[in-house]
Design a binder for this molecule. Structure first.
Ligand code: TRP
Ligand code: SF4
Length: 368
C-alpha cells in the first residue's frame, strides 16, 4: 500500500517526488520551460506539481474565460502557510485572471467543533487577511458555502448520484457521511463557475496545498461524468509544498505555537523564530568548520517562501550557511527583521480594512 493523502489529517510530506509518482501529479519543470510563470514559487519549485496547468495556461493565453478558485476552511487563524495561497491568488489576479474565494463554512461545520459564530467570524477574518495581503477586492469574489443559491446545491445532489462508495474509498479510505458531503460540496465550489449563472468560466485552476489533491481527483472525475449533461471541463490544479511549522513538523492550526500567524504581535513572532529548528550544528566551532544544513532549516524555509524575493540574495544566504560563514544566531536575527517588516505592513493594511468594514460589504451573510 502506498501513501494516502488525508485532506483532514496532519501529514508532514517528506518526499514530494514520491507523491508525484504515486498520484500521477505532473511535475512543474516541463511547464516552466514552456510558459511564462515568473513567480518565485515556480522558479524555486515551491509549487512542485500540477494537473493540466499547461492546458489551462494555453486557454488563458488564447483569451478564453479563465478563473482561479480556491478556498479556506475557517478554523484557527490565517498563518504564513495560508499566505502562500493568498500570494498565488494575487499572482494570477495581477495577470488578469478572475479570482473567486470560498469560505468553507459548511465543511467546517461538518469536520470541526467550533461554534457557528466563531466559524463565521473567522471566515470574515480570512477574507480581510486576503485583501490585506494584496488581493484586489474589486476584481475578486468571496462567498460562504452556506449562502449559495439552490443551483449550487443542486450540483451537490447531482454529483451524489454519479459517485460510488468504491470510488470514495479508493480516494479517501473509509469516510463518514459528513466528510463525503464536504467533498461533494468542494466539487461544487470548483465546478459551479462553469455554469452560465456564475459567469461560465470553463477553465478553472485551483491552487492548493497538496493535501487537497484527493478532492481534485474526485472533482475531475465528476467533471468527466457531467461533460455531456452540464458541459463541464476538467479543472486544473496547482500544488505547493506544505510549509513546515517552526519545529520542523507540519504547520497546523492545531499547533499554534509552531506557526507564525498573520496577526501575531511582532515580539511573539520574533520569539518563535529565535526558537525555531535550524540546520545548525551543535557548537559554533563545528558550524564554522562543517557549515550549516539549510535544507533542514525552518528559518531558511521562511526566507524561501516569504522573506527574500531576490534569487541571488537567497543563493547568497545558502552559500554563507553551507560554508559556515554565518551562524544561526545572526541569521535568525536577520530573518526576524524581515519578518517583522512583512507582518507590520500586513497588519497596517488589515487595520485599514477592518476600520472601513470592507469585508461585511463584500459577502452575503451565511445561514444559521
Ligand atoms: N477543503 C479546503 C480546506 O480544508 C477548503 C475548500 C473548500 C477548498 N472548497 C474549496 C479549497 C475549493 C479549494 C477549492 O482548506
Ligand atoms: Fe538556517 Fe541560517 Fe542556521 Fe543556515 S545559518 S542553518 S540558514 S538559521
Amino acid at each position: 500500500m502506498g501513501v494516502r493523502l488525508d485532506p483532514w489529517g496532519y501529514l508532514a510530506v517528506e518526499d514530494y517526488e514520491k507523491l508525484l509518482k504515486e498520484f500521477g501529479i505532473q511535475p512543474i519543470d516541463q511547464v516552466l520551460s514552456q510558459y511564462p510563470l515568473e513567480h518565485i514559487y515556480f522558479t524555486r519549485r515551491v509549487i512542485f506539481g500540477h494537473r493540466d496547468l499547461d492546458a489551462w495556461f494555453s486557454k488563458f493565453l488564447h483569451g478564453e474565460k479563465t478563473a482561479v478558485l480556491t478556498g479556506f476552511m475557517p478554523s484557527g487563524y490565517p498563518h504564513l502557510g495560508t499566505a502562500m495561497v493568498y500570494e498565488e491568488l494575487k499572482y494570477f489576479q495581477q495577470k488578469g485572471v478572475f479570482v473567486k474565494i470560498v469560505i468553507a463554512d459548511a465543511e467546517a461545520y461538518a469536520v470541526r467543533r467550533e461554534s457557528r459564530e466563531d466559524t463565521i467570524q473567522r471566515g470574515l477574518d480570512f477574507i480581510a487577511h486576503a485583501i490585506a495581503w494584496g488581493i484586489n477586492p474589486d476584481k475578486a469574489e468571496f462567498y460562504f458555502q452556506t449562502e449559495m443559491p439552490s443551483s449550487y446545491y443542486r450540483l451537490i445532489q447531482m454529483f451524489s448520484r454519479k459517485v460510488t462508495q468504491a470510488e470514495i474509498e479508493a480516494i479517501y479510505g473509509d469516510l463518514a457521511p459528513g466528510k463525503i458531503m464536504a467533498a461533494l460540496t468542494q466539487a461544487a465550489d470548483i465546478l459551479h463557475l462553469q455554469l452560465d449563472e456564475f459567469g461560465g468560466y470553463k477553465y478553472v485552476i485551483v491552487p492548493v496545498g497538496v493535501d487537497q489533491d484527493p478532492h481534485l481527483r474526485l472533482t475531475r472525475d465528476l467533471a468527466d461524468r457531467f461533460k455531456y449533461e452540464l458541459g463541464f471541463e476538467r479543472p486544473a490544479s496547482l500544488y505547493h509544498k506544505l510549509m513546515r511549522g517552526l519545529d520542523g513538523n507540519k504547520m497546523s492550526k492545531s499547533r499554534p505555537e509552531y506557526a507564525i500567524h498573520l496577526n501575531e504581535p511582532l515580539e511573539i513572532a520574533e520569539k518563535k523564530v529565535m526558537n525555531a529548528l535550524t540546520g545548525g550544528r551543535a557548537t559554533a566551532e563545528e558550524q564554522r568548520r562543517l557549515g550549516g544544513e539549510p535544507w533542514k532549516c525552518t528559518v531558511f524555509e521562511l526566507f524561501t517562501y516569504h522573506l527574500i524575493r531576490d534569487d541571488k540574495q537567497l543563493e547568497e544566504i545558502y552559500r554563507d550557511c553551507i560554508t559556515g560563514k554565518i551562524l544561526c544566531g545572526q541569521c535568525k536575527r536577520n530573518a526576524c527583521e524581515l519578518l517583522k517588516q512583512l507582518l507590520k505592513n500586513h497588519q497596517d493594511n488589515l487595520k485599514e480594512i477592518l476600520k472601513n468594514h470592507l469585508v461585511e460589504k463584500l459577502v452575503k451573510k451565511p445561514l444559521f
